[in-house]
Design a protein around this ligand. Sequence first.
Ligand code: SIN
Length: 298
Amino acid sequence: MSAHATATSVEIGIRPLRSAPAAPGLGAEVTGVDLRAIDDATFAAIHRAWIDRQVLLFRGQTLTDPDLAAFSRRFGDLDMAPIQENGRAIGSGMPEIYVVSNVIENGVPIGSLGHGEAVWHTDMSYLSSPPKASMLYALEIPPAGGDTSFADMYAAFDALPDSLRERALGLKVKHDGTYNSGGFVRQGVTPTDDPREAPGMMHPLVCTHPESGRRMLYLGRRKMAWLEGFGLAESDALLDEIWTHATAKQLVWTHEWRVGDLVLWDNRCTMHRRDPFDATARRIMHRTQVKGAAPPAA
Ligand code: SIN
């Protein structure tokens, strides 16, 4: 069953996805759109659906890197891709494209994040101005595994017990810049065990989404996180409690990839993770990230 979102003169197909029971608003498939050729009215409908549904899936796309970058730029200027684990700044020929891949060519990994689990995170939140959106385009996928899950951070905030919700308001959390989601140390960083000394950025734990006006948890990554002003043990205990609520199965939608899928997500109000897959299988995904600003405290 499809619903439709309208923007002045166009309609795009919006199909709700089999979603997380406690996050029924999370995720939608947009049908009938070729992302290489969209007009302003179609873009406006897509943008509104993205704000409403947080994660959008577009199947059957045929995109070059310039096509992917051009669609991404509809949302705003692009951030350069993070430096790859192998030290290369450019994976695909365009500095805006982050290559997520386990493939090794001539002894050199062509991308980042390997074949293991990529843990729950939101992209590049260790920066002062993290990207508001990311999009990931599937070029090659493994026969099994490598699914990507999304958790709804509006629903996560709502799911907190009243006392925890009150406690979370006004706190700030350190978003660590030492490790990427694949567990690899970022280029140029010397790891420390103390999150207070690690590179990264403090952000409010509960934020208001600047476009939807809704309150959400903004967590970043669990590893090396720290609540400002807390002792390490007290911070870990409170963060563990919050993370248990934030990543509960009922809040999560999981995407099984097909080649030609593009998934667009809102980094401010979702987190994502990736399942591991067979190291001998090939997975090649190209990602862009749209510049944003740190979401304001609620
Ligand atoms: C990412 O975290 O941006 C990549 C997720 C994936 O590989 O599915």
